[in-house]
Design a protein around this ligand. Structure first.
Ligand code: ADP
Ligand code: MG
Length: 247
């Protein structure tokens, strides 16, 4: 079996007496979508935050592309190719869709965000950014400020921003949240192709999307992985059905 791109080993994080992540181990292999599901408060976002470097684990290790990144900053992990989107939007609202992508591409080159002034007339900067916008279906919206995009368009733009970092792995926290059925369908098709570019750790409540996309599913409950397997295995697991799928 191929070496995992990302491997999390016995990760722990407590908030006071609450063990939000209580010994989580999982990995992400080349070309796959690994879905992480579980009820609200299970610790999914906490886990993503630790993997991305926004939250320091109390114990455990995170390996990315064969190296231990547990002590690295968020920025250092991003430069290595670990891209994430948030449950809540992280776009720069006053900047156009195009400029949001150009900023991300420049951040990838290592410049600090506050010093960035992407030049919109520089075609060597705009062309790759326009190509990414085209991939997520936002060509016609290039000049629209992020704040004026529809909810679905903003979620697409967030993934476009992540793409601009030329990632080696994606961490996506509820990308379908708040999307209508049409938006979810478009995004599902897009993510389906995206896995070839870089594997995806996908936190998602939309079970239609999870069952359509996931090569593997892990179920997190009270900070612990209670089951992990194929979609078929997870759907027929009695403990998962009791704890999460609602029967
Ligand atoms: P999920 O994303 O699965 O819904 P979270 O990871 O957001 O769950 O939260 C897991 C648990 O940790 C919840 O009980 C939540 O209230 C708690 N929690 C999350 N972040 C913090 C924090 N910064 N301080 C205190 N408690 C937190
Ligand atoms: Mg969450």
């Amino acid at each position: 079996m191929a070496e995992p791109v990302l491997a999390v080993d016995r990760l722990e994080k407590a908030f006071g007496a609450l063990k939000a992540t209580n010994g989580v181990s999982l990995d992400l292999r080349p070309g796959e979508i690994h879905a992480l599901i579980g009820p609200n408060g299970a610790g999914k976002s906490t886990l993503i935050n630790q993997i991305a470097g926004a939250l320091a684990p109390d114990a455990g290790t995170i390996r990315f592309l064969g190296r231990d990144v547990t002590a690295l900053s968020t920025a250092a992990r991003a430069r290595l190719g670990l891209a994430r989107t948030f449950q809540v939007s992280s776009l720069l609202p006053d900047f156009s869709a195009l400029r949001n992508i150009m900023l991300a591409a420049q951040a990838r080159q290592g410049s600090s965000l506050r010093f960035l002034r992407p030049v919109l007339s520089d075609r060597t900067l705009t062309e790759p950014a326009m190509a990414i916008l085209a991939r997520v279906g936002l060509t016609a919206r290039a000049d629209v400020p992020a704040a004026e995009l529809s909810h679905g368009e903003r979620r697409q733009l967030e993934i476009a921003v992540a793409l601009a970092m030329q990632p080696k792995a994606f961490l996506l926290d509820e990308p379908m949240a708040g999307m209508g059925p049409e938006g979810s369908k478009t995004l599902t098709a897009f993510l389906d192709g995206l896995r070839q570019e870089a594997p995806i750790l996908l936190v998602e409540h939309d079970m239609d999307a999870v069952f359509a996309l996931a090569d593997r599913v892990s179920v997190l409950v009270y900070g612990q992985v209670i089951a992990s397997g194929s979609v078929a295995e997870i759907r027929s697991d009695p403990e998962v059905r009791r704890a999460y799928l609602g029967d």
